[in-house]
Design a protein around this ligand. Structure first.
Ligand code: FES
Length: 140
């Protein structure tokens, strides 16, 4: 879902909107990255963004990536490369990866690992996540 509205309304929608899966307030300590969204196209941990900072901005959550019923290449990559287990980290991981691939369409493995350094995964050991991002980079 891509929305453009003041952050107060955004926060209300993200916690109560139907079909929203990830952007709920996790810990508000900027540690896990699970709440990462795109604000005007740049990844940001939404738990650390004040309402005034995002007022009038376009906020994109994981729900906004699929277009016309087709998954985003990163969503496909995570599916095909088994880049998740419990899925807790996955939306934030993908949103950080969107930012990464927008900045660098052909990242090295090291650059991918640096690009997702702010997102913690407690399940996968990261290799499948790196593979998923590499897969998406090759598809773009
Ligand atoms: S898949 Fe469980 S935390 Fe990443």
């Amino acid at each position: 879902m891509t929305i453009s509205l003041g952050y107060g309304a955004y926060a209300e929608r993200r916690t109560h909107g139907p079909g929203l899966h990830h952007s709920q307030r996790q810990g508000a300590q900027s540690q896990c990255g699970a709440c990462t969204v795109l604000i005007d196209g740049r990844s940001a941990k939404s738990c650390t963004v004040f309402a005034a900072q995002a007022d009038g901005s376009e906020v994109t959550t994981i729900e906004g990536l699929a277009k016309d019923g087709r998954l985003h290449p990163l969503q496909e990559g995570f599916w095909e490369e088994h880049g998740l287990q419990c899925g807790y980290c996955t939306p934030g991981m993908i949103m950080s990866a969107v930012n990464l691939l927008n900045d660098n369409p052909t990242p090295t493995e090291r650059q991918i690992r640096e690009g997702i350094a702010g997102n913690f995964c407690r399940c996968t050991g990261y290799q499948h996540i790196v593979n998923a991002i590499q897969s998406a980079a090759h598809k773009r």
